[in-house]
Design a protein around this ligand. Structure first.
Ligand code: ATP
Ligand code: MG
Length: 457
């Protein structure tokens, strides 16, 4: 009996040591092969090595992290005294920390829910996000409200925008809707002008503004849309798409005339809508519906900065016309995409008023915090930090903000040559809008006058 127990015991020990050896061999194999696995099969690496390691770090750091970020709540003094008496010199009870839900893996990170303690608000956890990212050794942590009393933490282990894997869209797509890049979540970054009609794009030099405009123009070119360019850098940027532009202004004088013509065109459309008793151009019968006009302004500062008295009047006229277009345009099929390196109130009083009308905001890497604040601050203060941490190596990366929230994204790399080729290919689709062409003294084009859209709603 005794010997049988001994042999069972030794078999058990042998079996468990065998398991230990296999586990040790597997673990060391994974550690040795880790870097190669991570390079070639990032998802497998994450599931087998990265995620378990992150879980260990979360469990280990939870209490000190919550305490360090001021998210732990001390027990009541009375409870501490009672526990001291009852516990006979045992250490007093630890402060209460928010309760953590199950940590679940995602493709390149993890998510978890946290139940807040009484008196806490989601903003307290949003402030703690950078500390979480450092303690858990992940690229970034985003905190959002999940439901009352609970916040959701979404962590990404590496920057998904470093090498975005979402392919570019090759088909024209829905009217006024273009996939211009990829979001941090892995979803497509879509600019839909019918949802958000006016956009402000800011970024320092070589931060990716023109590349984004290239992607937008490449997407809009095959659609029945009139593209209008205002490029007061002498047309260096937008003249590439000239064959597909219904009008292009290359200096401030032309820009003012063009913007005034656009305001007149918008007012004409307003009369048409009023007579048809509809609230916007989309309510008009298809045959009467005018072609949508997308106005692209590259380098806002060139339009607004003034050196002399004469220029001041011109700049003011441009600002007024832009603000009017932004105010009236959305319902009347006129959309604005305004790009600039630096956008600040020093450009003139019109800038703040214009910004208020440009609901879609895209902030690339910026040279001064003021511009990021101008682009994002009034909508989403917590997006500012994300925008300020974009490095020069991450050209094309941007923070997008709207009243609903913010996202990090990266535009598809559409080089000038490609955008130029697409514009030339689609030149035959350029609607001729005589009012605009005449405003800047361009020769009147062929008699083709597209005044209606091909419906693809
Ligand atoms: N989405 C992207 N992915 C990869 N590289 C990019 C991306 N966007 C821009 N780049 C790189 O950054 C360079 C500069 O971009 P871009 O010309 O768009 O900057 P910009 O903001 O228009 O600068 P400027 O204000 O001087 O006109 C590009 O030539 C390209 O090499
Ligand atoms: Mg540019």
């Amino acid at each position: 009996m005794h010997s049988a127990t001994a042999s069972t015991h030794s078999a058990g020990t042998g079996w468990s040591s065998g398991v230990l050896v296999v586990a040790a061999a597997l673990a060391s194999g994974l550690v040795i092969a880790g870097p190669a696995l991570r390079r070639h099969y990032p998802v497998v690496w994450w599931v087998c090595i990265g995620f378990p390691a992150a879980c260990i770090r979360i469990v280990r750091t939870w209490r000190p992290l919550m305490a360090g970020c001021g998210l732990a709540i001390s027990r009541r003094a009375a409870l501490t005294v009672v526990s001291g008496l009852v516990g006979n010199g045992a250490p007093p009870p630890q402060p209460r920390v928010p309760r953590r839900g199950l940590v679940l893996p995602t493709r390149d990170g993890f998510r978890l829910l946290i139940r807040m303690l009484p008196g806490q608000v989601p903003e307290d956890f949003v402030k703690a996000a950078p500390a979480m990212a450092h303690d858990w050794e992940v690229h970034a942590v985003r905190v959002s409200t999940w439901r009352p009393g609970v916040v959701r933490v979404l962590a990404s282990a590496t920057d998904p925008l470093k090498e975005p894997r979402v392919p570019r869209q090759r088909t024209p797509g829905r009217l006024l809707r273009v996939t211009v890049g990829v979001l941090e979540t892995g979803a497509q970054w879509v600019i839909d002008l019918r949802q958000v009609p006016h956009w402000l794009i800011v970024g320092a030099t070589r931060s990716g503004k023109s590349t984004l405009i290239n992607a937008l123009v490449a997407g809009l070119s095959p659609q029945r849309v009139a593209l209008v360019g205002i490029d007061c850098k002498g047309g260096m940027e937008l003249s590439l798409y000239e064959p597909r532009l219904s009008a292009l202004a290359t200096n401030r004088g032309q820009a003012v005339k063009l913007l005034r013509a656009l305001v007149d065109l918008t007012l004409d459309r307003m009369t048409v809508c009023r007579e048809a008793r509809v609230r916007n151009v989309w309510g008009l019968p298809e045959k009467q519906r005018p072609v949508p006009v997308v106005v692209i302004v590259d380098e806002l500062a060139e339009l607004f900065l003034v050196a002399s008295r004469g220029e001041k009047d011109e700049a003011q006229a441009a600002a007024t016309a832009l603000i009017r277009l932004a105010q009236l345009g959305a319902a009347l099929g006129v959309f604005l995409v305004v790009a600039g390196q630096r956008v600040g109130s020093d450009l003139g009083p019109g800038v703040t008023a214009l910004r208020a009308q440009l609901g879609g905001r895209i902030c690339h890497r910026v040279a001064d915090p003021g511009t990021a604040e101008m682009a994002l601050g009034d909508l989403n203060p917590d997006a500012l930090h994300a925008a300020q941490s974009i490095t020069p190596e991450q050209a094309g990366t941007a923070v997008l903000a709207s009243a609903d929230g913010w996202d990090r994204a990266r535009s598809h790399l559409v080089p000038e040559t490609e955008a130029e080729a697409i514009a030339a290919e689609c030149a035959h689709l350029t609607p001729h809008v005589p009012e605009l062409a005449e405003a800047i003294g361009a020769p009147t084009g062929p008699s083709l006058h597209i005044e209606r859209l091909d419906s693809d709603e």
